[in-house]
Design a protein around this ligand. Sequence first.
Ligand SMILES: Nc1ncnc2c1ncn2[C@@H]1O[C@H](COP(=O)(O)OP(=O)(O)O)[C@@H](O)[C@H]1O
Ligand SMILES: [Mg+2]
Length: 254
Amino acid sequence: MIEELNKKLDILELEKIKEILPDYIHSTSKKIPTVTEMLNYLISEEIKSKDSKAAEGIIKSANFPFRKTIDDYDFSFQPSVSENQLRELGNLGFIENHENIIFVGNPGTGKTHLAVSLGIEAAKHRNSVYFITCHNLMQKLNKAQKENRLDKQLQHLAQYKLLIIDEIGYLPVDHQGSNLFFQLIARRYMTKSTIVTTNMPFSRWGEVFSDNTLASAVLDRLLHYSYIIRITGNSYRIKDKIVESDSRTNKYNE
Ligand SMILES: Nc1ncnc2c1ncn2[C@@H]1O[C@H](COP(=O)(O)OP(=O)(O)O)[C@@H](O)[C@H]1O
Ligand SMILES: [Mg+2]
């Protein structure tokens, strides 16, 4: 009987139910649950398992540089970031509302960390996510244009529920690149969410995009429905060095 059932579970690809069924049958032999309870338990476990497998798949193909969560972020080190706001963003209403998030701050303040953590949260809820640095994005778009497949490439990048563009401003974008960047942002405007991180204040985006008009057009669409999170604290990367030099100073003073 159980073999026959297993075959049918295979046909329906109900792997989790197949896996937990023997133990479940054993554990319910003393206190028999109702049919509804039984089905509810087994099907819930199957859904949970399928959800986490799907999330794993999205996370693998999302191209994240590392895997960090909101819980891994030390908010006490960076008081300019509101933990409540980040946790609220982690509920993903911004994706439903097609809103953008812009992290602005100096290197090492955790912009990429927070962007990735929201990306992982989005993936866990089965939203398609893709992470790319601004520099790599420009290479991708320029290459697509050279190979006469720009439209397809833009279409592809426009379909992600969440696109994370990291490190705007570290390297300048030439005029043609800025034009392509604008086209992508314009396609995603009001239909999909984009998270960007930048070390550059908006007043200097004209320099980044080699063109004030294009920079304004990009900013206009990015900022219209958006959350701007400015991180003003120190770099986490050199926090130990700061502590070290502090303690050295203390010793020197003693
Ligand atoms: N407040 C923080 N709490 C915990 N880890 C942090 C924090 N800020 C940054 N980090 C860690 O420091 C490193 C640099 O952060 P990152 O997000 O890459 O900075 P940015 O993108 O702003 O340059 C990463 O490993 C990140 O996880
Ligand atoms: Mg970064």
